[in-house]
Design a protein around this ligand. Sequence first.
Ligand code: PGA
Length: 246
Amino acid sequence: MNKLMIANWKMNNVVLDCVRFMEDFVPKFSAKREAWIAPQALHFNLVRSMGEPKDVKAGVQNISDQLFGAYTGETSPKTLRAMGGHFAIIGHSERRQYFGETSKSCALKNRTCLREGIVAVYCVGETLAERDAGQTLSIIHDQLLQGLNDVHGVNPENLVVAYEPVWAIGTGRTATPAQAQEVHAFIRKVLSEKYPGVGDKMRILYGGSVKPDNVEELLSQKDIDGGLVGGASLKAKDFLALCGDK
Ligand code: PGA
């Protein structure tokens, strides 16, 4: 399966930063790996149109579980799809921490996205306290089963799981390749049991301080199929390196 790198720009970049990034990135991007970008929602269409010539796909960092109606401030998966959007990040730890999202609320979003033809990039990950208490795998297990509850019609193209240990996000502290691989293998096993014949072909991304100098070692692990990248995705040069284009 082709490796996938997703840029999560979070609430960074003004419009000019987005334009400059795309002007620098797109011509040099060789599609050795897939590149998807999640800018702030207001910049989505700009990134989508500038990325189109090289099939750099655009998506959003959060999505509604509803399609239409009186939901002030929300973004509908139907609208995203109609505008050429490809994917939505769901259940990022910052949304769980600051906006009260739970695996249960993520299940609704995952379901709605799949039904509407939006790829769900579902994020799971343990906190440092949970890791220190030896609970990593049970936390991940619960997040997977709850977040994918009643999520049907899954295939290797429409669902991506991202493992992002909370203690490694934006901290400069990366999980070692062995630590990440252990959890990825576990996620693969859970997905394969839940979705026989599909789970073993799905992409499982690692996220948490992925940088040009640690990406290759992480990607060389058997069950790491790409990265979900925050800080190092903000500079075109770094994101190119992450995509295998030096
Ligand atoms: P980071 O963020 O690469 O800055 O650690 C990753 C993420 O939050 O998706």
